[in-house]
Design a protein around this ligand. Structure first.
Ligand SMILES: *Cc1c(COP(=O)(O)O)cnc(C)c1O
Ligand code: SF4
Length: 345
């Protein structure tokens, strides 16, 4: 094993205290560095190089600090570590599994379901999840400045059936609060829009993002704020993350969690049950447990639907109904995310 450079050792207390923009800059992007920090053999990094070229490693230090040292199977590490397996083509796994290109109503605006539309605000995320269904999304086509969002906002204004606007990405919370505040105001000026939903992983991977500046625009308009975070494993929810979720809830947002069912990460009932418990303790309810979207490069994460059902039934045995997430799947062309078929393979 190579000796780590001194900068690889960050006291556990530091990551949560640096400002979030700085923490993003300091995120780990080099597999060899990640392996040194976690005291993993160099060969783990060597097996990451090829896949990292296609979709780079990106993980904030505070998130890495929650991983177990010396364990190549750590459930948080598995979510971010590039692997050779990603490069093996698998039939049925494609670059646009959800046919999102056909759901685009104007640049950056996706609508698949009645009453709600989704703005793809940015392609940037605070973490690169290896199983991400948008890892091949053509983000360059989405508008950049707020002025460029004119057509999307006009489209929302022209459609009175749209009650809810979802900010998604990428991750909308990598954008500045000044920009997000303006966008929230523009949306609040459209009288038929009632709810503003944010799909984000930042409160989980970079909990310091949930600060006063964020809360002030999030709860500062007439729109009802909903934050849907994304955690897959209980070890992702440490004290700082729990505090960030409680700040959101305490500020007046409805806070929900969605997870993806992932082989080797959360495909055991203990992990899912403990995740629900920790979320609840942080005033967050489980919303969806997603069957993996069949995106190229993610085949090794797939859990068969029969096993997924078994897990959900075990959860029902163990937890109150409100702590059991809805086990769903997104199928192109459907009117909603649908319950996973029981008879599925
Ligand atoms: C997932 C998704 C939604 C949200 O669906 P809900 O069932 O309301 O959570 C909305 N729009 C698009 C395009 C989506 O992919
Ligand atoms: S945070 Fe969400 S959009 Fe970003 S890489 Fe992870 S799953 Fe994909």
């Amino acid at each position: 094993m190579i000796l780590a450079s001194p900068s690889d050792f960050v006291p556990a207390s530091r990551p949560e205290s640096v400002r979030w923009q700085q923490a993003l800059k300091e995120a780990i992007r080099d597999p060899a560095r990640l392996c040194r920090m976690l005291e993993l053999p160099d060969e783990v990094a060597r097996h990451a190089a090829g896949a990292a070229e296609q979709f780079a490693l990106f993980a904030p230090r505070g998130y890495v600090a929650r991983m177990r040292k010396g364990d190549p199977h750590d459930p948080l590490l598995r979510q971010v570590l590039p692997l050779d397996e990603e490069l093996r083509p698998q039939t049925g796994f494609t670059s646009d599994p959800l046919a999102e290109e056909s759901a685009t109503r104007s640049p950056g605006l996706l609508q698949k379901y009645r009453g709600r539309a989704l703005l793809v605000t940015t392609g940037v995320c605070a973490v690169h999840c290896r199983y991400c269904f948008r890892r091949h999304f053509p983000y360059a086509e989405a508008p950049k400045s707020l002025d460029d969002w004119g057509p999307a906002l006009q489209q929302i204004a022209a459609d009175e059936t749209l009650e809810e606007v979802i900010l998604s990405g990428g991750d909308p919370l990598v954008l500045s609060d000044a920009w997000l505040a303006k966008l929230a105001q523009r949306l609040a000026a459209i009288s038929h829009v009632q709810r503003l939903r944010i799909h984000t992983r930042l409160p989980i991977v970079l909990p310091q993002r949930v600060d006063g500046a964020l809360l002030s625009w999030l709860v500062g308009t007439r729109l009802a704020p909903i934050v849907v975070v994304h955690a897959n494993h209980p070890a992702e929810i440490d004290g700082a993350v729990s505090a960030s979720l409680q700040r959101l809830a305490g500020g007046g947002a409805t806070v929900l969690n969605q997870s993806v069912l992932l082989r080797g990460v959360n495909d055991i009932v203990e992990a899912l049950a403990e995740l629900s418990r920790r979320l609840f303790a942080a005033r967050t309810l489980p919303y969806y447990l997603h069957q993996l979207d069949r995106v190229a490069g993610a085949a090794h994460f797939e859990v068969p639907a029969s096993r997924g059902w078994q897990l959900v039934e075990q959860l029902r045995d163990e937890l109150p109904g409100y702590l059991v997430p809805r086990y769903v799947q997104e199928l192109p062309g459907e009117f909603a995310k649908l319950p996973v078929q029981r008879s599925g393979d």
